[in-house]
Design a binder for this molecule. Structure first.
Ligand code: FE
Ligand code: CA
Length: 532
C-alpha cells in the first residue's frame, strides 16, 4: 500500500505531475465522477423543460485559424444544484452563420448535453476560414438561445494590421456591479483574456456587499456549479461573452484562496482531501467555460495552459500558475526576499509547463510574445512607512524569485522578441518594467508587465493613491499604479503595443462612470514603456 502523504510530498516538489498522484490515489478518489461527453443512455430531442434552458447565455473561446469553441449550458433554474434539468441526455442543435439572421448558414450540427457535465455543451467547430467573423446560436426543442458573435484567428503566416483585445480579472460578485463589461462591450474587440478569480468561493455575506452569493462556502461539485451559474447570470458578463471569443485561465479563487497545487492555505488539510475539492472546482470550471476537449478534467487534473497565434503579430501563452506551483515560501504574506524565497526548488510554473513555454517561445516568430497569466511578476517591495510592512508578496512571482529571474535571464539571452506580460490577481493597476533582477535599476529592461485591476473585487478604489511617489521611490520600475476598478484595453500593431487603463469610478451601483485614466505604449524593438 502506498503512503499517499509521502507521495504527495514528493510530487509537490516536482512542481506538478499530480497525474502520478492521481493514478496512485484512485482508490481514495474513487468517488470522483467519470466524465462522459457521450450519451450513455437514450437521448431526448424534446425534453420537458421547466423554463428557458438558455438562462446562462452563450459563449465562444479558444479560437484558432480554422476552428473555435461554442459553448452553452442548459439551466432553466440556474441556482438549482442540477440547473433545473432532469438526469437525462438532451440533443442540442447548434448553428453557425455568416449573418445575424442565419440566412447564410456555414455549419450546423448536434451535440449531446448530459448530467455528468452539468448539461454543458462544448462544440469545437472545425473547417472555418481564418480571420472571419461568425454568428452562432443553439436550439433545444422549441427553445432558441441568444445569438453570439465570434471569430477565427488570422492564418499563422499572415500579417494582420492590428489586434484589439481586453483583459480582465477578479470579479467578486458581492463587491459590485459589472459596469466594466458593459463598457467593454461598446468596443469592437477581437479577443478577451480573463486572467482569473472568475468566481470567489466564500459563503454569502448577507451584509457588506451590494449583491449576495447564493449558498455556503464552496465544497461540492454542485456548490461550484451554482456559483458559476450565479455569476454567469449577470447580463453584462453574459453579453460580453456573446460579443467575441475569450481565452480564460484561473487563479486561486476558482478553487480556494491562495492554494498551491495540492496544498490548502487552511492548516491541517489533507492533500488528498484538498484534491477532491480541487476536482469539484476544476470540473465546474470546465463546464462553465468555452474550453476545448483537451482541457477536460481528469479527476483533480486539468490542462489549462495553452498557446494561440494571431498571425505573425502576436503569440499568446496562457499560463496556469496555480496547479503546479510549490507551496508559498515563508507562508503567503509579505516577506523579505530571503533564502526561502530565492530557493531554486520553488516553482510557480512546474517543470513541464516551463519547458513547454520555453519551447514555444523559441519556435515563435511573432512580433509580440505575450504571457497571459495571474500574479504579479515585478519584484515590487511593498514598503510604505506607516501603511504597510516592508517586503514582497510570497503568493506572487517574488515568492518564486529564482525561477522568475532565470526566466527573465533566458528571455534576454535568447532574444525573445518583445515580451509582454499580462497580469491580474492584485485588484490594482500597475505598469512595470521587468529586469532580470528588478532591484538593479541600472540593468537592461527585458519585458513590460501590464497588471490590470479587478472588475469589482475590493469595491471602489482610488484613481490617485497618495502613496504612489513613496512606492516609486523604492520601486522606480513601477511606471503607473492606482487602485481603481476597471479593465485594460490593448491595441496592437507591428509597431506598437498600446494599453489603455479603463477606470470605473463607482461599482457599488449600476451605471458607474467610466474613464480612460492613462495610456501606455511599448514600441517594438525598444526596451521599456512610455506614457502614450
Ligand atoms: Fe482576486
Ligand atoms: Ca487571486
Amino acid at each position: 500500500m502506498l503512503d499517499l502523504h509521502r507521495l504527495a510530498e514528493a510530487i509537490r516538489y516536482e512542481g506538478g505531475l499530480s497525474r502520478r498522484l492521481w493514478l496512485a490515489c484512485t482508490a481514495t478518489l474513487a468517488a470522483l465522477p467519470t466524465l462522459a461527453s457521450r450519451a450513455a443512455g437514450p437521448v431526448t430531442t424534446r425534453p420537458a423543460l421547466v423554463g428557458d434552458p438558455f438562462t446562462l447565455g452563450v459563449a465562444s473561446g479558444d479560437p484558432e485559424a480554422h476552428s473555435v469553441v461554442l459553448w452553452t449550458r442548459l439551466a432553466p433554474r440556474p441556482l438549482d444544484p442540477d440547473g433545473g434539468m432532469k438526469p437525462e441526455f438532451v440533443s442540442v442543435t447548434w448553428e453557425l452563420a455568416q449573418d445575424q439572421q442565419f440566412k447564410k448558414m456555414v455549419q450546423t450540427g448536434k451535440s449531446i448535453a448530459g448530467p455528468a457535465l452539468g448539461h454543458s455543451v462544448h462544440v469545437e467547430v472545425k473547417g472555418l476560414k481564418p480571420d472571419s467573423r461568425y454568428f452562432y446560436r443553439f436550439r433545444v426543442g422549441e427553445a432558441v438561445s441568444p445569438v453570439g458573435q465570434t471569430r477565427t484567428l488570422p492564418a499563422a503566416d499572415s500579417s494582420p494590421d492590428q489586434l484589439r483585445l481586453a483583459f480582465a480579472s477578479c470579479q467578486h460578485y458581492e463587491s459590485g456591479f459589472y459596469t466594466a463589461y458593459e463598457e467593454m462591450a461598446k468596443h469592437e474587440l477581437d479577443l478577451v483574456f480573463h486572467l482569473g478569480d472568475y468566481i470567489y468561493e466564500g459563503a454569502g455575506r448577507g451584509r457588506g456587499g451590494v449583491r449576495k452569493h447564493a449558498g455556503p462556502k464552496l465544497k461540492t461539485l454542485s456548490d461550484y456549479r451554482v456559483r458559476h451559474a450565479q455569476y454567469r447570470s449577470d447580463p453584462a458578463l453574459q453579453a460580453m461573452h456573446a460579443k467575441c471569443p475569450w481565452f480564460v485561465t484561473w487563479d486561486d479563487h476558482e478553487v480556494e484562496n491562495n492554494y498551491a497545487n495540492d496544498i490548502s492555505e487552511r492548516p491541517g488539510v489533507d492533500p488528498v482531501a484538498f484534491l477532491q475539492l480541487r476536482a469539484n472546482a476544476y470540473q465546474a470550471y470546465y463546464e462553465a467555460m468555452p474550453l476545448r476537449a483537451r482541457s477536460m478534467p481528469r479527476g483533480p487534473d486539468m490542462l489549462l495552459y495553452r498557446k494561440a497565434r494571431f498571425g505573425r503579430l502576436a503569440e499568446f501563452f496562457v499560463l496556469d500558475t496555480r496547479q503546479y506551483r510549490t507551496d508559498q515560501p515563508n507562508g503567503d504574506g509579505l516577506k523579505d526576499l530571503n533564502d526561502a524565497a530565492l530557493d531554486p526548488k520553488n516553482t510557480i510554473l512546474g517543470r513541464q509547463q516551463r519547458g513547454w513555454l520555453q519551447a514555444g517561445l523559441l519556435q515563435s516568430s511573432a512580433t509580440w510574445n505575450v504571457l497571459a497569466q495571474q500574479v504579479m511578476m515585478a519584484m515590487v517591495n511593498i514598503s510604505i512607512k506607516g501603511l504597510t510592512g516592508s517586503g514582497y508578496v510570497m503568493d506572487q512571482w517574488p515568492g518564486y524569485a529564482f525561477e522568475r529571474m532565470e526566466l527573465m535571464r533566458w528571455l534576454a539571452e535568447r532574444k525573445i522578441a518583445n515580451p509582454i506580460v499580462l497580469t491580474g490577481d492584485i485588484h490594482s493597476n500597475w505598469v512595470n518594467e521587468l529586469r532580470v533582477d528588478d532591484r538593479k535599476q541600472d540593468t537592461p529592461v527585458v519585458a513590460v508587465e501590464f497588471v490590470g485591476t479587478s472588475i469589482t473585487s475590493g469595491g471602489n478604489g482610488s484613481a490617485n493613491p497618495f502613496y504612489v511617489p513613496l512606492l516609486q521611490r523604492t520601486n522606480p520600475f513601477v511606471k503607473f499604479h492606482n487602485t481603481e476598478r476597471g479593465y485594460v484595453r490593448c491595441e496592437v500593431t507591428a509597431k506598437t503595443w498600446r494599453s489603455d487603463y479603463v477606470g470605473v469610478v463607482d461599482v457599488l451601483k449600476p451605471g458607474g462612470k467610466v474613464e480612460v485614466r492613462k495610456s501606455f505604449v511599448v514600441e517594438a524593438g525598444q526596451a521599456g514603456v512610455k506614457l502614450a
